[in-house]
Design a protein around this ligand. Structure first.
Ligand code: URP
Ligand code: ZN
Ligand code: ZN
Length: 469
């Protein structure tokens, strides 16, 4: 089937121009002015932007964490993503201790298969870096799981030591993979958490007060030094939140090293002040790294504009505030009376594109093209999906969003599609909306209705990172 998107303004990471887009089956076949296609289905995009679908390279659907499970699964989470204009995600499979990476990959493919409505890739969280696992990293890359997340935090759960990080970095370079790092000094944080609890400091805000920005800055610098010692290996820092960490990225990039990092909307729009909300409401924002004092936001925006930060992802990892929502068990409430037991994470997969458009483009902090670069093109390049994903060009997958820049919406848990009972942005009025969303040529969202079939999403076999950005 052919589809012609007519009369819109095509926006990519590099260009903004009036053009039609012709789709044949799952692929874009032409981008040009006054395209003719008899018999093709027509979509009118006049007065709208025609953009590559958003790519969120950091989500956690159904992540087991702290005795519960992230509340979105691959169905609810990807439907929500689609409504927000995101057409691909990369989620994280988690290796069990002593288990082969293949087992975790298959488990996560099992969670996604039959449920996902948009395409999805997988990273691999590596918890134990044995010689066997080091060998398996090569197999994983060959099979399209080309990035590996390591943790410098959560001792006893996820944290790996510097020797393991060093070995994994060396191996990632050998096999054309990429290490993604959760950079917080877990040892120091553990001491601070124990001290706070001993002093009966139990409210949600203590989550942030025991994870200081310096602990993120130190770990980020150490990670880059390890990558340098490993031979100047590329390294990608996930969910960067603090100016101290950004400073490390900047220094290593200024020295010509392949240092990369993403930040997330929560670090651009929310702050430490949210932990001071009444009662237990601060738990909504318990995530790691935590929200920082407001002044960090300006630094992160500067980092995005100057390309010291290359990607905006979400770290979508929702947990409900109240037991029973959608039949889910106790989640955030597990940490009532002990902040260290609050499951870490917050929702965001649906709101990333509009927050960055409204706060970034409309707010004058980034250009229209930079918005696309941060939310689609650079994620596709760095995570080995470009040019199949991340742009609108002949030969690319027809993952396309018709974006109405004039539409306004009010973000709210009452209207969002994520399976979670609160919105961190409740009541926030924003400009911009994904009105029509195509995934591989199929209209899956149109004018507020979901039209895609459950399970239509496909696994994205990713290649090696394309790291010129
Ligand atoms: O708080 C967070 N970020 N939860 C998800 C797990 C992770 O570290 O990304
Ligand atoms: Zn993390
Ligand atoms: Zn995460």
């Amino acid at each position: 089937m052919r589809t012609l998107i007519q009369g819109g303004t095509v926006v990519t990471a590099t260009d903004t121009h009036k053009a039609d887009v012709l789709i044949d089956g799952e692929k874009v076949v032409a981008v040009g002015t006054d395209l003719k296609a008899s018999g093709a289905k027509k979509i009118d995009a006049s007065r709208k932007y025609v953009i590559p679908g958003g790519i969120d390279v950091h989500t956690h659907m159904e992540l087991p964490f702290g005795g519960t499970m992230a509340s979105d699964d691959f169905h609810t989470g990807t439907v929500a993503a689609a409504f927000g204009g995101t057409t691909s995600i990369v989620d994280f499979a988690v290796q069990g201790f002593g288990e082969p990476l293949e087992k975790a990959r298959d488990a996560w493919l099992g969670k996604a298969r039959g449920k996902a409505v948009i395409d999805y890739g997988l990273h691999m969280i590596v918890r134990d870096v044995s010689d066997k696992v080091i060998r398996e990293m090569g197999t994983m890359v060959g099979e399209g799981v080309s990035s590996f997340k390591l943790f410098m935090a959560y001792p006893g759960v996820f944290m790996v030591d510097d020797a393991s990080i060093f070995k994994a970095l060396v191996r990632s370079a050998e096999v054309g993979g990429l290490i993604c790092m959760h950079a917080e000094n877990g040892g120091v944080i553990d001491v601070l958490v124990k001290k706070a609890l001993a002093e009966r400091k139990t409210e949600p805000k203590w989550h942030a007060l025991t994870r200081p920005p310096e602990a993120e800055g130190e770990a980020t610098g150490r990670a880059f030094k390890l990558a340098e010692m490993a031979g100047g290996v590329p390294l990608y820092i996930v969910h960067l939140s603090a100016s101290q960490a950004l400073e490390q990225v900047r220094q290593f990039r200024d020295r010509g090293l392949p240092a990369y990092a993403e930040t997330c909307p929560q670090y651009l729009f929310l702050s430490y002040d949210n932990y001071e909300e009444p009662g237990f409401d601060g738990a909504k924002y318990v995530m790691s790294p935590p929200l920082r004092p407001k002044w960090h936001q300006d630094e992160l925006w500067k980092g995005l504009a100057r390309n010291d930060l290359q990607v905006v992802s979400t770290d979508h990892c929702p947990f409900c505030m109240k037991e029973g929502f959608a039949g889910l068990p106790k989640q955030k409430e597990l940490g009532k009376g002990d902040f260290s037991k609050i499951p870490n994470g917050a929702p965001g997969v649906e709101t990333r594109m509009v927050l960055l458009f409204d706060g970034g483009v409309v707010g004058g902090r980034i250009t229209l093209n930079r918005w696309i670069e941060l939310c689609s093109t650079s994620p596709a390049k760095i995570m080995g999906m470009f040019p199949r994903k991340g742009t609108i060009a002949a030969g690319s997958d027809a993952d396309i969003v018709i974006w109405d820049p004039k539409a306004t919406q009010t973000l709210s848990a009452k209207t969002h599609h994520m399976r979670v009972d609160y919105s961190p942005y409740e009541g926030r009025k924003v400009k911009g909306k994904a009105t029509t969303v195509l995934s591989r040529g199929e209209v899956i969202v149109d004018d507020g209705r979901f039209l895609g079939k459950k399970g239509r999403g496909r696994f994205i076999k990713r290649g090696s990172p394309l790291l010129q950005t």
